[in-house]
Design a protein around this ligand. Structure first.
Ligand SMILES: Nc1ncnc2c1ncn2[C@@H]1O[C@H](COP(=O)(O)OP(=O)(O)OP(=O)(O)O)[C@@H](O)[C@H]1O
Ligand SMILES: [Mg+2]
Length: 361
């Protein structure tokens, strides 16, 4: 598959702080990759390096096979010649310009003839459903409409890559869903490599072909949404991609792909994972993988007993906080149990994964 964006050994420092620390990744043409990670981990800086808005200290960046930055060759192509379309964290549209002129801007800076500007801007405004608003001042638009102007401006010049920096963070939930679907459709239609930065794990899971989880300027784990969600390499990744429960257990037998131990309440456990030897371990299980039932005294593997501390009605399910010994588990379940009620909480071995082992050699 053709490569849309290649990054090799990228290093960016601000003062004596290394913000991007030898980051390398490839994005295929047509692929949408989400950068996910806590505030300050370097997501925006990575995008700005690709767009040419920051000068990295080291590394090489290629767009569609063409080098646009190379520290060894002292190459740094100007931002507007990199042909990237970028939607910023704040959408940065110009309030004093009309919708048409906002979208026309990337074409004007490239000295595009007027007739072509007219044709391309109107086609793009059509795509984002704003053709009727062409003459309106950008100030007179709703937040969602302004966001679509920003998206139109990012794609009007038929960019080779699309860079989105939390483009939906200012929208309400319904508009966010609609605009997200629209961005995905447009990116597919343009068939370009896209990097999409978000804080929002649900957004990353639903949108991305691949997720890169970043931490302190490095790629901590890369994989499909299913891999990142289902097989996080540690507690940090498990937490970044969604609500999860961690349990500290004592493992007494190690098998091929599963281990056996005991839960904090003494219940016998069999969970998925590899350990060199028995010892303490931290395991994770997602709230939607826990089965909740009124306590009828069942015993057995992966069957814990606890008390409902809190119950929230979420529409399709209840969200429970269940105290099991000293540990509180979150569980999502359609089953109704009152606060204070005794419950059993059970799960399949495949849904509970060993994340970290301590003390084991
Ligand atoms: N121009 C700058 N000068 C100095 N430090 C900077 C500059 N820009 C960013 N930083 C620092 O670099 C680090 C990474 O910033 P960046 O904006 O890439 O984070 P981010 O992952 O996008 O975070 P957020 O999710 O909050 O947007 C932060 O510690 C930030 O303070
Ligand atoms: Mg940012």
């Amino acid at each position: 598959m053709a490569t849309g964006i290649t990054i090799k050994g990228l290093v960016k420092r601000f003062g004596d702080k290394t913000i991007i620390d030898h980051v390398s990744f490839d994005i295929a043409v047509g692929e949408l990759v989400c950068l996910l990670g806590p505030s300050g981990c370097g997501k925006t800086t990575t995008l700005r390096c690709i767009a040419g808005l920051e000068a990295p200290e080291e590394g090489r960046i290629e767009i569609n096979g063409q080098p646009v930055f190379d520290s060894a060759e002292k190459l740094a192509v100007e931002p507007y010649r990199r042909n990237a379309g970028m939607v910023f964290q704040s959408y940065a549209i110009w309030p004093h310009l009309s919708v048409f002129e906002n979208v026309a801007f990337p074409l004007r800076v490239r000295n595009t003839p007027n007739a072509e500007v007219e044709k391309k801007v109107m086609r793009t405004l059509d795509m984002v459903g704003l053709a009727d608003f062409r003459a309106r001042s950008a100030q007179q638009l709703s937040g969602g409409q302004q966001q679509r102007v920003a998206v139109a401006r990012a794609i009007v010049h038929e960019p080779d890559v699309l860079l989105f920096d939390e483009p939906l963070s200012n929208l309400d939930a319904r508009l966010r869903d609609a605009t997200r679907a629209e961005i995905r459709r447009l990116q597919r239609e343009l068939n370009v490599a896209a990097v999409y930065v978000t804080h929002d794990q649900a957004e990353a899971l639903s949108l991305a072909d691949r997720i890169l989880v970043m931490s302190e300027g490095r790629i901590h784990q890369a994989g499909t949404p299913q891999e990142i969600y289902g097989a996080p390499r540690d507690a940090f990744v498990a937490d970044v991609v969604g609500a999860t429960n961690f349990l500290d257990i004592a493992v007494h037998a190690v098998g091929d792909g599963t281990v056996q131990g005991v839960a904090p309440d003494g219940a016998p456990l069999r969970v998925t994972g590899r350990m060199a030897a028995p010892g303490p371990a931290r395991v994770m299980v997602r709230p939607d993988r826990l089965r909740v039932a009124p306590d009828a005294g069942e015993q057995g593997e992966n069957c814990l007993h606890g008390t409902v501390r809190q119950r929230l009605f979420m529409g399709g399910h209840y969200e429970y906080a269940i105290a099991i010994g000293p540990t509180v588990l979150r569980a999502f379940s359609p089953v109704q149990v009152a606060e204070g009620g005794r419950v059993t909480v059970s799960f399949e071995p495949c849904d509970c994964i060993v994340l970290e082992t301590r003390g084991a050699p």
